[in-house]
Write a protein that binds this ligand. Structure first.
Ligand code: PGA
Length: 250
């Protein structure tokens, strides 16, 4: 049985005050969420506050990104060990905004993934196609290449215990959600790709859907057999909406 996981990706949003308020709201509604694992990924600077508020709770937290480097002259970067220092359990790797806006290619994403995994963080590998790629009929090729880069660098063992998030780029922040059938098809494809290397890794892999998931569409997505949770952007910024998605996953 794969434990459902709902992760909130706060992106570049919030203030210290709004972070405190959001955390208090999430904590107050969490008693009903006993089966699903809940994770929040705040901006780096709010991680100490998140740690102070969530330590000892059932909610885990993580970074939105990490450096592929362990340390040294890399201005503006944050390493895996720094995230671990502040209690992070997870880290997003290869979010489409990092890939598209900050030039992270498959090789760099794979390097970050392997560094995160080796350090003891649980990487959440984001994969997904653009609208153009979907229209060209190459969704599976794109996702296969994103997975293959990680397997080439780290071996299938690097994926053992990690998490994958399928996030069609055209659905992120657009209000356009993949239909449950569209999402399920790609999730099953991802699992089949992993199964070519290792059946146990494939069947244990938690594959999250991300891209305009919200309370209104969470149930129909989360009841698909290969969808094991959600990576939530906009809807994770309000406690009530985020909690109702957590309850749907529960
Ligand atoms: P969204 O973002 O829920 O706002 O579409 C999801 C994500 O980018 O992880």
């Amino acid at each position: 049985m794969r434990q459902p996981l709902v992760a909130g990706n706060w992106k570049l949003n919030g203030s210290l005050a709004s972070t405190k308020e959001l955390l208090a709201g999430i904590k107050s509604g969490l008693a009903e969420v006993v089966n699903a694992e809940v994770v929040v990924c705040p901006p780096y600077v709010f991680i100490p506050e998140v740690q102070a508020q969530l330590a000892g709770s059932s909610i885990a937290w993580g970074g939105q990104n990490l450096s592929a480097e362990a340390g040294g002259a890399f201005t503006g970067e944050i390493s895996a060990s720094m995230l671990l220092d502040f209690g992070c359990k997870y880290v997003l790797v290869g979010h489409s905004e990092r890939r598209m806006l900050y030039g992270e290619d498959n090789a760099l994403v794979a390097k970050k993934f392997v560094v995160a995994k080796k350090s003891g963080l649980i990487p959440i590998l984001c994969v997904g196609e653009t609208l153009e790629e979907r229209q060209q009929g190459i969704t599976e090729d794109v996702v296969a290449a994103q997975l293959a880069a990680v397997i080439d660098q780290g071996g299938i063992a690097a994926l053992d215990g990690a998490v994958i998030a399928y996030e069609p780029v055209w659905a992120i922040g657009t209000g356009m959600t993949a239909s449950p059938e569209q999402a399920q098809t790609v999730h099953a494809y991802i699992r089949s790709q992993l199964a070519q290397h290792d059946g146990a890794v494939a069947s244990g892999m938690r594959i999250l859907y991300g891209g305009s998931m919200k309370p209104e569409n969470a149930v129909e997505l989360l009841t698909q057999s290969d969808i094991d949770g959600g990576l939530i952007g906009g809807a994770a910024l309000k406690a009530e909406g985020f909690l109702s998605i957590c309850k749907a996953a529960n």
